[in-house]
Ligand binder design. Sequence first.
Ligand code: GDP
Ligand code: MG
Length: 173
Amino acid sequence: MKNRAMLIGSIGAGKSTLTNALLGKTVEAFKTQTLTYYDWIVDTPGEYTENPMFYKSIMATALEVTHVFYLQDATNGKMIFPPGFSMGITKLPIGVITKSDHPNADIARSIDMIKSVVSSGPIVITSSVEGIGIEYLKELVKLNDMNSMKNFVIAAMDDKLLFNDYLYTSRNV
Ligand SMILES: Nc1nc2c(ncn2[C@@H]2O[C@H](COP(=O)(O)OP(=O)(O)O)[C@@H](O)[C@H]2O)c(=O)[nH]1
Ligand SMILES: [Mg+2]
C-alpha cells in the first residue's frame, strides 16, 4: 500500500487548510461534505469525528491508509476525541496541533488533550498559515513503523516535535 494519511478532527480544526499546506497548494480551504481524496491524503468532514454515528466510517476509511492524523485545534479548549481513540484504529497515529500561530493558541493545553488520544506516537505542533511542522508531517508519513517515527522525532531535537509513549512503549501496529 502506498503511504497515505487520513486527517480527522473537529469541524474547523484546520483539516482542509492543512491538506492544502501539505500538498503545497494555495487554493482556499473549503468545507468538506464528504471524504475528499488527494494524492496521499484523505480529508474527512468534521462531522465524522464529532458524531459517534460516523465512527464506523472512520474505521472503514482507515483501512485505506497507513497513518492517521488526529488534529487538535490549539485555539479550542474542547476535547472531541474519546480518550484512547487511536487505540481502536490499527494505523500509525500522529497527533497534530493546528493553528499554533494563532494569538489564542494554547499549545500546552492542546498537547495534554492530544496525549490522551495518541497514547503512543509523534505529536507535531503546526501552523498551516506559517508553514510550521508541515515538513515533519510529510516525513513521518514516509516512515512505516512506530520505532522509525520515534527515532525521527528524537533525531530532530525540536520542541515542535514530541513523542508520546508513556502508556505503551512497544505497541505493535
Ligand atoms: N491562524 C490560523 N488559522 C487557521 C490555520 N489553519 C486553519 N485555520 C483557519 O481555521 C478555519 C477552519 O479551517 P478548515 O481548514 O476549513 O477546517 P476543517 O473544518 O477542519 O477543514 C479557517 O478559517 C482557517 O482559515 C492555521 O494554521 N492558523
Ligand atoms: Mg474541511
